[in-house]
Design a protein around this ligand. Structure first.
Ligand SMILES: Nc1ncnc2c1ncn2[C@@H]1O[C@H](COP(=O)(O)OP(=O)(O)OP(=O)(O)O)[C@@H](O)[C@H]1O
Length: 707
């Protein structure tokens, strides 16, 4: 009796464990070969299963486990939460090595910190989308071709293993004088074949992995470049998280499905075809018996797949809800703390987690049933093949080696069919993800950055709005600017005032050409800004926005960000002095190298605003747009900045939006806006003199508010 013991066969993504392989010498004796998990789908590692991890907690085994678990998670006793899913970026995807207890395909496990999306159906995809999806691999066709060739070699070697094992068993079973020599010869040949197979496998994995990385890198660069060029209308209609997803998870999905998935799919296909062929080659009767269970298992699989899809979609919705709750709250922690809403937020999140868990338990039940059934059926098949194979052996119709090889081939075929179903869903997911990327890549921005005139002579820094109508694409029904007409002469100081929402900031956005008017035109130095190169136009304008956004970098980096190419350190210092920012920067621990924190939150509002003013001044612009640029300054800083701005106004055209009306006493013209129209215009004193005027009312209201 030969006991081979625990034999591991790794095939594609699935590892089979043959716990015991024993055979008798006499051909009449039935060989015993038990295959664990004969049917398996492509898998993910267990850490991708929050519910699974949950079940491992002791509370989970008790009644009321859910509450216990949540309590444990929150309580002081467990400082660490239960193991959470992987962090963003590329979701860790087990490729070659899987845990022995491989869980089935999990549609939402792959992308954990993003809101995942359901797998699209074939009928929902357009032909063009499928063509373009594969088109992305075209640049890498030689590498992919090479990888496929190596795949054919390595798979052929793998598929030869059962046959060779069968032959070895037969040689051993005969146990003659020549046994040792024959065994040695077979083993020596097999070692060479295995080494060749390993080399091919190395090449295949290397080529597929690097090709995937190249495709991902190429798509990411193109996508990011396309995103950077989109106009603000595009961003107004989309969520930042959604775009970040496109750029990270979706791109990986596309890269993987074009390489790793094709590799796995081809392996599964080859294993299925060769495996079935070999089964028939060894014994037609046994092959028919072995394959007779395929249709019922397939039917069960389809039924299960449909149920799983439904429940997965519900889980995705629940996931989206809980992710949205968390993302929004984590980004607004100041508000949460300030309003004492921690407990309420925890409860809100817990509820969404519990909703999802309930669904995951339903899903787990369905999966457990399916895998239980599939395992039972598979084992019954093995048993019937063994039984019938034993009878055939007793009639000397087949050898023990052939029967062993047959069982191994049937296991290969079982796992490969499962692999093919995973291949299909991964491919659909890849095509779906790439279709969403095309939406961005194909979109022609309304403002093309590389077109338009770059004047050879400097233009006069005069501005003009000529009967401009505008409303935001996201809210077409709300007219924002209506028949807006205004002239701003070079070197003048113009201020916009008016109630909130009257369109003041929008005027500045149109000057920067962040949006284009629906009707009428905006002129710079007598030229319609639509005809000018947008980059050139913006290089002439310094802008201090209402909400100052600093990047998570140093003070210096944030200021130099506003400069034109080749801006010097001296110019940066000069801009800081003019913006009254120099002194406080020099008092900081690392001065210009001080990190400002995420969105500049390590600085005070007034400091951020002065850095923002310095950033606008560093390129020494001809036109300065200030959107309530001094609103966050204390009165001392404000008077200093006001003095600086007054000085700066002498050399450039300044357009400002002001709430504090005291800051615009010196303005050459003040425009009072209401519902997108200029209802009053003039100098400070003139407007104040009009006793029934809107400006005077604004001043009175402001004075009342102060007293
Ligand atoms: N990106 C946008 N998409 C859709 N509507 C917008 C957008 N930005 C502003 N609006 C709307 O346009 C109108 C004018 O907004 P704008 O910001 O120009 O007003 P404002 O006078 O500057 O207000 P405030 O003084 O409060 O800053 C408002 O009704 C506002 O809701």
């Amino acid at each position: 009796m030969l006991s081979v013991g625990n034999v591991l066969i790794r095939h594609g993504r699935t590892k089979l464990t043959i716990t015991s392989l024993a055979t008798g010498f006499r051909p009449t004796k039935v060989c015993l070969l038990i295959v664990k998990r004969p049917f398996s789908l492509p898998t993910r590692s267990s850490r991708h299963f929050p519910a699974r991890n949950l079940l491992q907690r002791p509370e989970a085994q008790q009644k009321g486990w859910l509450k216990g678990w949540l309590k444990g998670w929150r309580g002081k006793s467990s400082s660490k939460p239960p193991r959470r899913p992987e962090k963003p970026g590329k979701p860790e995807k087990p490729k070659e090595v899987e845990s022995e207890e491989t869980p089935p395909e999990n549609l939402y496990a792959k992308q954990l910190d993003k809101i995942p999306e359901p797998i699209p159906r074939m009928k929902d995809l357009k032909k063009d989308e499928i063509r373009r999806f594969f088109g992305q691999a075209y640049n890498q066709r030689w590498r992919i071709g090479g990888a496929v060739a190596l795949l054919l070699i390595s798979s052929s070697v793998s598929m030869a293993v059962p046959y060779c094992v069968g032959k070895i068993i037969d040689v051993v079973a005969k146990a003659g004088e020549q046994t040792k020599d024959t065994l040695f010869t077979i083993a020596a040949i097999l070692v060479l074949v295995f080494v060749a197979g390993a080399a091919a496998n190395f090449g295949r994995v290397y080529l597929f992995q690097t090709t995937s990385a190249k495709i991902v890198a190429e798509i990411r660069t193109r996508l990011y470049s396309s995103l950077m060029r989109q106009d603000l209308t595009f961003y107004d209609a989309r969520k930042t998280g959604e775009l970040a997803n496109r750029l990270s998870n979706d791109v990986w999905t596309v890269g993987d499905s074009l390489t790793q998935n094709i590799s796995d799919g081809l392996r599964s296909l080859m294993s299925t075809v060769i495996g079935i062929g070999m089964m028939f080659y060894i014994s037609t009767d046994l092959a028919v018996l072995g394959l007779v269970t395929v249709p019922p298992i397939a039917a069960l699989g389809i039924f299960y797949g449909k149920y799983l899809k439904k429940i997965t979609e519900k889980i995705l919705d629940a996931w989206a809800a809980s992710t949205q709750v968390a993302t929004e709250r984590l980004g607004n922690m100041r508000t949460v703390h300030a309003f004492n809403q921690e407990q309420k937020e925890i409860k809100l999140y817990d509820d969404s987690v519990v909703d999802m868990l309930k669904l995951q338990y339903k899903e787990a039940t369905a999966k457990a049933m399916f895998y239980g059934m599939a395992g039972l059926t598979g084992n019954l098949v093995v048993l019937s093949v063994l039984y019938y194979g034993g009878i055939l052996m007793s009639r000397s119709a087949i050898t023990v080696g052939d029967l062993s090889a047959f069982i191994m081939y049937s296991a290969y075929v079982g796992t490969s069919i499962g692999g093919l179903s995973g291949f299909y869903s991964e491919m659909m997911r890849g095509i779906g993800a790439s279709a969403k990327m095309w939406e961005i890549l194909d979109r022609e921005p309304a403002v093309l950055l590389d077109t338009g005139i770059i004047p050879s002579q400097p233009l006069k820094a005069s501005l003009k709005f000529d009967h401009v109508d505008y409303n935001y694409g996201a809210r077409k029904e709300v007219p924002v600017l209506q028949d807006f007409t205004l002239e701003i002469s070079e070197g003048s100081f113009t201020a916009f005032v008016g109630p909130s929402g009257s369109g003041k900031s929008t005027v500045l956005s149109l000057l920067l050409r962040l949006y284009d008017p629906d009707e009428g035109a905006v002129y710079f130095g007598g030229m319609d800004i639509k005809t000018l190169n947008p980059k050139w136009l913006r290089s002439n304008i310094g802008f201090v926005p209402q909400d100052v956004h600093l990047f998570s970098s140093t003070v210096y980096d944030n200021i130099v960000y506003g400069g034109n190419e080749g801006v010097t350190r001296d110019e940066v210092m000069e801009a800081c002095r003019k913006a009254n920012a120099y002194d406080f920067i020099m008092e900081m621990p690392n001065q210009f190298d001080t990190l400002v924190g995420e969105r500049g939150l390590l600085l005070s509002g007034g400091q951020r605003q002065r850095i923002s003013i310095a950033r606008a001044l560093v390129k020494n612009p001809k036109i300065l747009l200030l959107d309530e640029a001094t609103s966050a300054l204390d009165s001392e800083s404000e008077s200093l900045v006001q003095a600086a701005l007054k000085e700066l106004s002498k050399q450039r055209t300044v357009v400002t939006v002001a709430h504090r009306l005291s800051t615009i006493r010196e303005a050459d013209q003040i425009c009072v806006l209401d519902q997108g129209r200029i209802i009053e215009k003039g100098r400070y004193a003139e407007l104040l003199a009009n006793k029934k005027g809107a400006f005077r009312k604004l001043i009175q209201r402001q004075m009342l508010a102060v007293t």
